[in-house]
Design a protein around this ligand. Structure first.
Ligand SMILES: NC(=O)C1=CN([C@@H]2O[C@H](COP(=O)(O)OP(=O)(O)OC[C@H]3O[C@@H](n4cnc5c(N)ncnc54)[C@H](O)[C@@H]3O)[C@@H](O)[C@H]2O)C=CC1
Ligand SMILES: O=C(O)/C=C/C=C(\O)C(=O)O
Length: 481
């Protein structure tokens, strides 16, 4: 059985208490490795290592920090196949998705911030008539905490640590205990890339132990978190009275709005992707599909037919489009929402159940891609995050009506709008209470843009210079000339 180790002060080490958690392969239901069940003592060691490494790392020229991040990016690319396979085994996602999306994006994250930091300049403000000049420098905070989820494990882990490190902070990071493997492999890559000891520390284990200890640690003034809204709330409750700086990327219940004048094929094929990519376990998935009434039946029938043709199965098989859900517990949550949808009067057009895959995956956690119609826009199924391969379809008649539907949840992460009418695209986008709108596309990412949500979908924005600002403390110096 393979052991995963913590990465503390440049060393791969066992957890202080010597306890481990089972790590499951979701496609087979088997335990295949062991994760450190770390606790406060391990977090303390990691914070001390990060504190000790901070003065030298903060003084390292940005160009040199950037070079190390780019070396890490190169090594991620060199190890793409190994990392992609590890991600697929750990998470249940199709290997192909890990090869083409997760791991390339992890490398892009490191490369993007390795270069961005070299363009992140101080600001100066000259005071006309007063003969004074202000300059604003941005200092790294010291030790920052990064807590990431299981749905896009290395993708989101690197999305946090890259800007934090680039800005000169030292990091204590906690990957999800459900999918720890690629963060562990990354610690080996960081050692090979020459990242100095203590600059990045990775402590594995449960959220209520490691995550909670990191959030409450008095020497960690900044926490960046991506995950569920309930967990974000718990983190905020601990962090707020300690005046910690927080970035929270939380859940979504995103509308996918399809007007009758859309490019039908583009809307259809992209909607399959935005509904079911990664088994629907992406906070940006468009789980509520609103279709303008004249197109409703045509879209519904084509969508159902195409979704029925998707291959659900062994994530390692290159024909597989839908892999396993991440855990048995998560699968039960998703199935319980399908039951709720039936109780709320929904009609299951396809899917609606667990799937038994033959062969080596017979005990895996697979759910058929599920399409439901006939629900009201404000029922629980249509307002609570399911985070699985489940979408609902609803017709609408007017822009006003669909905007009401789209905005009626407590979430406000993203939305997609399909129309060939440019004026309508702008008009509707402007009225959506979400942080990110895609028009005639989905999940097309430019890493320079602000990314994040409104309402219960989060606090703050990641991406571009926004994150470098988050991971630094501005200091203004006013000089009277
Ligand atoms: N990015 C997103 O939008 C994500 C949303 N979710 C949603 O959240 C639901 C629950 O999923 P979970 O696996 O429980 O996600 P979670 O939000 O509990 O896990 C995310 C990370 O937070 C850590 N964590 C958990 N409790 C913590 C605490 N008290 N203090 C600090 N860190 C803590 C976890 O160990 C993990 O590293 C999902 O069903 C889904 O609806 C889950 C993962 C990602
Ligand atoms: O930054 C991105 O491209 C995607 C982010 C996705 C999440 O935060 C998520 O699914 O949790």
């Amino acid at each position: 059985m393979e052991y995963i180790h913590n990465y503390i002060n440049g060393q791969l080490i066992a957890p202080a208490a010597g306890q481990y958690i089972h790590n499951y392969n979701p496609a087979t239901g088997e335990v295949y490795s062991l994760i450190p069940d770390s606790g406060e003592q391990d977090v303390e060691l990691a914070v001390q290592a990060a504190q000790a490494a901070f003065p030298a790392w903060a003084k390292t020229p940005a160009e040199k920090r950037g070079r190390i991040l780019m070396k890490i990016a190169d090594l991620i690319e060199e190890n793409l196949d190994r990392l992609a396979e590890a991600e697929s085994l750990d998470n249940g996602k199709p290997l192909k998705l890990a090869q083409t999306v997760d791991i390339p994006r992890a490398s892009s994250n490191m490369r993007f911030y390795g270069t961005a930091i070299q363009h992140f300049a101080s600001e100066a403000h000259y005071m006309e008539g007063t003969d004074a000049i202000n300059y604003t420098v941005r200092h790294p905070h010291g030790v920052v905490g990064c807590i990431s989820p299981w749905n896009l494990p290395l993708y989101l882990f690197t999305w946090k640590i890259a800007p934090a490190l680039a800005a000169g902070n030292c990091v204590v990071a906690k990957p999800s205990e459900v999918t720890p493997m690629t963060a562990f492999l990354l610690s080996e890559i960081c050692m090979e890339a020459g990242l100095p000891a203590g600059v990045l520390n990775i402590v594995h284990g449960y959220g209520h132990k490691v995550g909670a200890a990191l959030t409450a640690h008095p020497k960690v003034p900044v926490i960046s978190f991506t995950g569920g809204t309930a967990t974000g709330k718990a983190i905020a409750a601990t962090a707020a009275p300690m005046f910690k700086k927080l970035s929270l990327e939380l859940g979504g219940k995103n509308p996918n709005i399809i007007f009758a004048d859309c490019d039908f094929n583009n809307a259809l094929y992209t909607s399959i992707h935005s509904s079911f990519a990664n088994q629907g376990q992406i906070c940006l998935c468009g789980s509520r599909i609103f279709i303008e009434r004249p197109l409703y039946e045509k879209f519904r029938d084509a969508f159902v037919a195409k979704v029925q043709a998707l291959t659900v199965g062994d994530p390692l098989d290159e024909n597989t489009k839908i892999g396993a859900l991440v855990s048995e517990q998560h699968m039960q949550k998703v199935l319980s929402y399908i039951e709720l949808a039936k109780q709320e009067g929904g009609t299951i057009l396809t899917g609606g159940e667990q799937i038994k895959v033959e062969g080596r995956c017979e005990n895996g956690w697979f759910v058929a891609p599920t399409i439901i119609e006939g629900l009201t826009y404000n029922c629980r199924t249509n307002t609570e995050e399911i985070f699985g391969p489940v979408v609902t379809l609803m017709p609408f008649d007017t822009e006003e009506e669909v905007i009401l539907y789209a905005n009626c949840t407590d979430y406000g992460l993203s939305a997609t709008v399909w129309t060939q009418n440019l004026q309508r695209a702008h008009r509707v986008s402007h009225q959506l209470h979400v942080g990110v709108v895609w028009v005639n596309t989905w999940l097309l990412r430019d890493l320079r843009t602000p990314f994040g949500g409104m309402k219960n979908s989060g606090v703050g924005r990641e991406g571009g210079f926004e994150t470098l600002r988050f991971f630094t403390e501005p200091q203004n110096v006013c000089v009277k000339l």
